[in-house]
Design a protein around this ligand. Structure first.
Ligand SMILES: NC(=O)c1ccc[n+]([C@@H]2O[C@H](COP(=O)([O-])OP(=O)(O)OC[C@H]3O[C@@H](n4cnc5c(N)ncnc54)[C@H](O)[C@@H]3O)[C@@H](O)[C@H]2O)c1
Length: 251
């Protein structure tokens, strides 16, 4: 993809699933990658995979609920690779599928702190560096739950919020040459979903059968879109929630 080669990317939640595949894809396209996650083992594994294939990556333990960690993540990109061109703000947690009145305030706070405020913390750290160097491209991970009532209320609220942040950032920073978009994955075959399917195989079979594509999405289905959204090939795509769901919401 045009414009990725020799760039510098940070990816949060890169120790597993969608984030790991995005980090690998950035490296395959010739970018240097800062792999950020709370999970050190997962992060190290991602870096190992990238390096085994001749790519360039560094792990930095990052909890997106901690502003100092997030600042250190961006600083790692500057120190190790001399800049910051692309970011995939992707770290997130799912929910147990409970209804609004059935979870308590601490569960609400945790969901919003990681899935929504975590993205805001990343943007706050990334944007000034991109302004400094004259531009960049950022992709935030929302969900089909960011544009519909899929997922429980606190998850859906967090993912709707990510789209609001993405749109507002687009308007605020277009003049600075920074593009922002969001990806809205459907049901993607990652540890997040594998956990749910172990808990309820029958429900997962029903969900898979309800997807027009006839299969779950793969992390690569999302990663290829994220890297495209950071590339020059998508230079006029700005402020968009891009749904990647095998036709789930088309019904
Ligand atoms: N898998 C799906 O079907 C699906 C669908 C829609 C949206 N999403 C979103 O995609 C993103 C990635 O999900 P995934 O399916 O790859 O899940 P995953 O569980 O495989 O990976 C998530 C990663 O985020 C990390 N993480 C969690 N909390 C963190 C924190 N506070 N700071 C830093 N890292 C943290 C985890 O350690 C893990 O490595 C999430 O935002 C999720 O909500 C996933």
């Amino acid at each position: 993809m045009n414009g990725i080669q020799d760039g510098v990317a940070v990816v949060t939640g890169a120790g597993s699933g969608i984030g790991r595949q995005t980090a690998i894809r950035f490296a395959e396209e010739g970018a240097s990658v800062v792999v950020a996650d709370v999970d050190e083992e997962g992060g190290d594994e991602t870096v190992g995979t990238i390096r085994d294939e001749g790519g360039e990556a560094t792990f930095v333990r990052t909890d997106v609920t901690d502003g100092d960690d997030v600042d250190a993540m961006v600083q790692t990109a500057l120190d190790e690779y001399g800049g910051l061109d692309f970011a995939h703000n992707n770290a997130g947690i799912a929910d147990e599928g409970t209804r609004l009145a059935e979870y308590d305030e601490s569960e609400w706070d945790r969901m919003i702190d990681i899935n929504l405020k975590g993205v805001w913390r990343c943007l706050k750290a990334e944007i000034p560096e991109m302004i400094e160097q004259g531009g960049g491209a950022i992709v935030n991970t929302s969900s089909v739950a960011g544009v519909s009532a899929n997922g429980s209320a606190h998850y859906a609220a967090s993912k709707h919020g990510v789209i609001g942040l993405t749109r507002r950032a687009t308007v605020d920073y277009a003049d600075d040459g920074i593009r922002f978009n969001a990806v809205c994955p459907g049901v993607i075959d990652t540890p997040m979903v594998q956990q749910a399917s172990e808990d309820n195989t029958e429900e997962m079979e029903q969900i898979t059968a309800s997807i027009p594509a006839g299969r779950l999405g793969t992390p690569e289905d999302i990663a290829s879109t994220v890297v495209w959204l950071c590339s020059d090939d998508s230079s006029y795509v700005m402020g968009q929630p891009i749904v990647i769901d095998g036709g789930l919401l088309a019904q």
